[in-house]
Design a binder for this molecule. Structure first.
Ligand code: 5GP
Length: 233
């Protein structure tokens, strides 16, 4: 695939959708609110990209390494970041919290528009991390093992208003672990934003039932081994 193919696909949709922001009818100009345009656009781009380049693997795993979390399309990420920012507009977020490694790029894209620093939970203790950490145990859906995640106490405080961001939401273990870090710090959780939610695994709905503001840009209702993916709208 050439560079033009890789990015050109998204650029086409971005152009097309931007037109609907300002429409003229007999001299009357209608401007659709930017957050609606951004949301529709980001969702459409992401859904189309999942259908084109995503690969359904055994065990309910959707592989998106060709554009989201291995080889990264920074234009798509920028749209995702813009959308996350629009969804949590005016919430005075002071920190974006994510988990290494796949969440970091998306969190940075959102941080650019939210204007808040990114804090990522580490999955292993290195010599350069302080021993004074908030820790939580998280079962990894993709690695199928439990791991401790940690952030240094100095970087998350009771004065923080935190937005949790991740690439996927499946059973909710990663987000629950991150929420535990927020709670231990006495910080305020504003909400959670994920690029892709696999609705059929139930993690998102359980969090919403607890009153947490969970937003996903692409919500998959079902997918099968033949690669059929159905989105919830
Ligand atoms: P959960 O903890 O909600 O069960 O799963 C979310 C975490 O597992 C995310 O941090 C993500 O990295 C990983 N994950 C879950 N499902 C998938 C998937 O279908 N594809 C990929 N690439 N990662 C996933």
């Amino acid at each position: 695939m050439t560079e033009a193919d890789f990015f050109g696909y998204n650029a086409h949709i971005i152009q097309e959708q931007t037109k609907s922001q300002r429409t003229t009818d007999g001299g009357k100009i209608t401007v659709t609110p930017l957050n609606i345009v951004v949301k529709e656009r980001a969702m459409k781009i992401l859904e189309e990209r999942i259908l084109r380049d995503g690969k359904v693997q055994a065990g309910n795993v959707l592989k998106v390494g060709g554009f989201l979390n291995h080889l990264i399309d920074y234009q798509l990420l920028d749209e995702i970041g813009k959308e996350i920012s629009a969804l949590f507009c005016g919430q005075k977020i002071t920190k974006i919290l994510t988990i290494e490694a796949s969440g970091i790029a998306i969190a940075c894209a959102a941080a650019h528009y939210v204007c808040a620093p990114v804090l990522f939970a580490k999955k292993s203790k290195t010599i350069n991390i302080s021993s004074d950490c908030y820790c939580a145990e998280v079962y990894s859906f993709t690695h199928q093992v439990s791991k401790m995640i940690m952030v240094e106490k100095d970087f998350l405080t009771k004065d923080d208003k935190v937005l949790i961001v991740d690439d996927f939401l499946a059973n909710g273990a990663a987000i629950n672990g991150l929420m535990s870090l927020v709670e231990q710090a006495g910080a305020e959780l504003v909400g959670c934003a994920v690029a892709i939610e696999k609705g059929f695994q139930g993690g998102g709905d359980t969090l919403r039932a607890k009153g947490i503001n969970v937003q996903s840009l692409a919500l998959i209702d079902s997918m099968d081994d033949d690669g059929h993916i159905v989105f919830r709208h």
